[in-house]
Design a protein around this ligand. Structure first.
Ligand code: 13P
Length: 251
């Protein structure tokens, strides 16, 4: 059985003051039977790892090299060194803002796995691609190139994040989410075998909030969420975590 995962992506938000909310969250959910992960900006990772209790801490990107002349970049090993246990890779904002390709994402995933980090590899279609009914082709292509052959349930999580649902308040229907998640599961099983293919967790991301969390968590092959805006405040993220704990008790 796949353990549920509630992950928060703080993006380029938050300073030391926001660590109070992280402490609160870790107290409220200290005995949770699900995994909770917060990915703050690089600047907060070390401090967050100190105060997060059983909440895991992750990065939002890493370089594909272990070290070297890459001014301003951070390696996977450096993330691990300051207490991160995971890293988000291939988020659509990085694919758009930094022209990251799926080949780049796979190279980064290899580096992250070598450093012992869990990778959360993001895939998702644009609105134009969905309207042109290309969603599954796009997701299939991103998956086959971004995910390394060495992916397992222990080292890899996939997040389906439709670009048009991120930060917009729009969400796909539960049928649309289910179709994509079932497709991803089938693709992973075919490529990696049923062992790894069935054990990799699939997160949904894009305008998840307390009001829609329970219905999204009831969809087949949804093992949790990657939450942006609603992960910034403990008051907003806590009910989403609780909804996932409730879903874990049912399944
Ligand atoms: P929102 O939850 O703010 O839509 O962001 C989703 C996301 O991009 C998480 O990685």
């Amino acid at each position: 059985m796949r353990r549920k995962l509630a992950a928060g992506n703080w993006k380029m938000n938050g300073g030391n003051a926001e660590l109070d909310g992280l402490r609160t969250l870790s107290q409220i959910h200290s005995g949770a039977a699900i995994d909770i992960l917060i990915c703050p900006p690089f600047t907060l990772i070390a401090a967050a790892a100190e105060c997060a209790g059983s909440i895991a801490i992750g990065g939002q990107n890493c370089h594909s090299d272990a070290s070297g002349a890459h001014t301003g970049d951070i390696s996977a090993q450096m993330l691990a060194d300051v207490g991160a246990s995971a890293v988000i890779l291939g988020h659509s904002e990085r694919r758009a803002d930094h022209s990251e390709t799926s080949e780049d994402v796979r190279a980064k995933a290899h580096a992250a796995h070598a450093a012992g980090l869990i990778t959360i590899i993001c895939v998702g279609e644009s609105l134009d691609q969905r309207e042109a009914q290309n969603t599954l082709d796009i997701i299939g292509g991103q998956l086959s190139t971004s995910v390394p052959d060495t992916a397992t349930g222990e080292n890899t999580v996939i997040a389906y994040e439709p670009c048009w649902a991120i930060g917009t308040g729009l969400t796909p229907t539960t049928d649309q989410i289910g179709d994509v998640h079932d497709f991803i599961r089938t693709r992973l099983e075919k490529r990696l075998g049923t062992g790894a293919g069935r054990s990799i967790r699939l997160l949904y991301g894009g305008s998840v909030k307390a009001a829609n969390a329970a219905e999204i968590f009831a969809v087949s092959n949804v093992d949790g969420a990657l939450v942006g805006g609603a992960s910034l405040k403990s008051d907003d993220f806590s009910p989403i975590i609780s909804a996932l704990e409730a879903a874990a008790n049912v399944s």
